[in-house]
Design a protein. Sequence first.
Length: 411
Amino acid sequence: MPAPDTPPSPSASSLSSPPPASAHGDDFRVGVMMMDVEGKDSPGFRALVERATARLARLLEREHRLAVEVMAFAGPHLTPDAGGYAPLDFFEIGFAEKTERHIPFLLIVTEVDLAASSLSYTLAMTSRLTNIALVSAKRLDPEFWGGAQDEERAVQRLTRLLAHAFGHLVNLAPTRERSNLMYEVETVEDLDAMTGLDEAQWAAIAAALPREAHERRTRTGRGRFVLATLLRDAPEIARGIWQANPLRLLARLPTMIAAALSVIIVLLFSAETWDVAKAVSLGQVALFSGISLAAALYLLYRAFALDAVMTRERALTETTVVTVAVTALSLGLTLLLLYAAFGLLMYLAIVTVFPAPLMESWPTVGAATEAIDHLKLSAFLAAMGVLAGSLGGRSDSRKLVRSVLFTDGER
């Protein structure tokens, strides 16, 4: 098997195929950013990343609009957690640097282990929403696994892992072909079998680059820019919301659900609550529900969103607009789902469990025995539950919620 920087035979279709001549120059930058966290072998880590980046540049020459460059972000002050570093900490730094440096695609490489939520360890994590990928070089050298040191194999593996991560950023589908760079990586050894991409994948990259780059920016007319971005990138925004999935988000918010249920159950067995339900109109309940959902959305957005970054020149970027839109809409749909679930739960509790005599005797403004009274009470309790739950939800794991919102999964 040839190394990634060894030219294949003319009949081979791989990332290392000689590129066609281009007269158009480079349109899309791919930044490879070194984040040396612990600094134990900074020269060795730098040499590893620089060699892999040079090979990646040759590998991606097939698409003449891509330009690969290496850069550094020295010594980020991060704290390890449970044996590894939180990937979202790197993403937050990368999000700001990507915006400032005007880089459509950013591949972050670190020398430390990354904490994993569902795997024993993480080699890479990607975020198509922000066009950022995070790669750990910690386990790529056979020396880590007890073998002899092999710098060449570590460089080869890092090159292929970077190419694999970039493929995810441009939305290439995974494949079951082990020699393909988009094979789903399960172990470090899987990288050794990868050789390249097929012609259909190269065509997909060429078509995806203008759509996936998200590199537009403006310093003036921000309102028009935001509106135009929302319309133009509606498919990408919808894909981001689908990826986040309100049901998955709810699974990451147990404290919010518990806090909400504790409040609405207490309110359900309060006479004053039944008075309110009997006295208010449907319009008033709808207005209160809307205000409660908006307040809850604001609280959760402030707790879990990436900071909306603008450059030093106060330029607003397309990536920022898309990220804010996906975050707000995903959280908003999650709250609507929670509101509907609480409303249905309370209505069922009222008509099946709640004693009928209390419906007649508790309210001081008349018996609350009609279906409309039960609907108003259910909506009121659901709104109160969502509002109270959003306060408790702020204590849920910020890292877990952000991993659902902003990343495509661990590899």
